[in-house]
Ligand binder design. Structure first.
Ligand SMILES: Nc1ncnc2c1ncn2[C@@H]1O[C@H](COP(=O)(O)OP(=O)(O)O)[C@@H](O)[C@H]1O
Ligand SMILES: CC(=O)OP(=O)(O)O
Ligand SMILES: [Mg+2]
Length: 419
């Protein structure tokens, strides 16, 4: 058997999947370690028989795991032990490893990771401080552990290389922008590529005619306006800090507020690991802000529970702030698409599981024509279908929940590009 291993290092989690390399990727093993920014981590692991039936399933088992690379090692040990017992997959079968690398500069396509490419990506690490370095540590582990596999970098930024110049340019000195390749890049692109393809199939609209607003809401959250199948605007920017607030990220704020925060905010931070170079300002805005700074937890599920069941005031404040910022982008992108959006899509950990959040956002943007059916919405969070329509019956505009799958997107691209 020839297999593809897809690795997705997010800011609070790492997700892994192994597929059989055939015309359509078929799943062998999938899993994740979540809670990497919290005090408790959880392992999820599911293996499948060739028929597609579940062979073994572990859900949210409490584990101790300090970082992304350790999570990868735990996953591989698990695969290895199962492979020995039940011959699921051997490491020698893995021909290609797809790595989700958040910041890829202006690269519009995946790249085979050679020594030069690795160096190029290392230089970009400072522009995605919660992501690139973790992903590169895993690339290192793969080179050591799977010496015969090809390592391919898939960039979250690639999908947004179609954004027009007047949108990706910042209103600051043009020479500075050119010298330092400063521009809006945008992220979550593998997820948006997956969402766009699934939505076009579901709606029966040609991919080239697809106009939607997509929301990828997880520990890092972003919105994207997709016109004729292409990204024309997205809320993240030069780095994944811009736009919506996240678990530990401020999102867009008045840039001058940081000068009122700390007098030494431009100094290098001494609290971070040796491989990550951040100023105090970047450390505050990326790691000490977001809803954790308001509520003390990075878990939006916990915040929602506290806000609605315990009537906790700060949890409700964080919830309302998030709803406000998300709906603001829906309004902006509605205009960007000239009112032609066929659907609003919720994805990412919060988009897929946040029943109350979806309801609150749709209430805010209902003036545009979006609807939500309470019963379908409540059921959607526990549903395992890839795509769930939660709009009211006969609604012209669709409200959809999509279980986005960045690992599957990479596997499909590996096969399409015959890597
Ligand atoms: N039931 C829930 N309701 C709202 N949010 C949830 C729920 N379950 C999980 N989440 C949120 O989803 C986040 C993880 O999203 P995900 O997209 O998987 O993470 P990452 O950004 O690391 O890729 C968690 O940190 C949590 O905030
Ligand atoms: C770009 C980004 O923030 O990704 P994630 O949501 O996986 O942390
Ligand atoms: Mg993610």
């Amino acid at each position: 058997m020839s297999a593809i291993l897809s690795l997705n290092a997010g800011s609070s989690s790492i997700k892994f999947s192994i597929y059989r390399y055939s015309d359509e990727p078929s799943i062998v093993v999938t899993g994740s370690v979540s809670g990497l920014t919290a005090s408790q981590q959880y392992l999820t692991f599911t293996s499948y028989k060739p028929s597609g039936e579940v062979l073994e399933s572990i859900k949210n088992k409490e584990i101790e795991c300090p970082d992304h690379d350790s999570a990868f090692r735990i996953f591989m040990e698990h695969v290895d032990s199962k492979a020995g017992e039940k011959r699921l997959v051997s490491f020698d079968d893995i021909a290609v490893v797809g790595h989700r690398i958040v910041h890829g500069g202006a690269n519009a396509r995946p790249l085979l990771i050679t020594e030069d490419v690795y160096h190029e990506l290392d230089v970009l690490s400072d522009l995605a401080p919660l992501h690139n370095q973790h992903a590169l540590d895993i690339v290192h582990s793969c080179i050591a552990r799977l010496p015969n596999a090809k390592n391919v970098a898939f960039f979250d930024s690639s999908f947004h290389m179609t954004i027009p110049r007047h949108i990706y340019t910042y209103p600051i000195d043009l020479d500075v922008q050119k010298r330092h390749q400063i521009r809006k890049y945008g992220f979550h692109g593998l997820s948006y590529a997956f969402i766009a393809r699934e939505t076009s199939d579901y709606l029966g609209v040609d991919y080239g005619n697809l106009n939607i607003i997509a929301l990828h809401l997880g520990s890092g959250a972003s919105a994207c306006a997709i016109l004729a199948g292409k990204s024309v605007n997205t809320s993240m920017g030069l780095t994944p800090l811009e736009g919506l607030p996240g678990a530990t990220r401020s999102g867009s704020v008045d840039p001058s507020l940081i000068f009122h925060y700390h007098t030494d905010s431009s100094r290098m931070s001494t609290t971070l690991s040796k491989d990550i170079h951040l100023t105090v300002a970047e450390d505050i805005l990326n790691k000490k802000s977001g809803w954790q700074s308001i509520t003390g937890t990075t878990d939006f599920g916990v915040i929602t529970k506290r806000a609605f069941e315990e009537k906790d005031e700060l949890a409700k404040l964080a919830f309302d702030m998030f709803v406000d910022r998300v709906s603001m982008y829906v309004g902006q992108y509605w205009v960007a698409l000239k009112g032609s959006a066929a659907a609003l899509v919720f994805a990412g950990g919060i988009g897929e599981h946040g029943t109350e959040l979806r309801k609150a956002v749709i209430e805010k943007v209902s003036c545009l024509g979006f609807t939500i059916d309470d019963e379908l919405n409540a059921k959607a969070s526990a549903d395992s279908d890839v795509i769930i329509d939660v709009s009211k019956k006969d609604a012209e505009l669709k409200t959809l929940v999509i279980h986005t799958d960045e690992q599957l997107q990479m596997a499909k691209e590996v096969i399409a590009l015959q890597l």
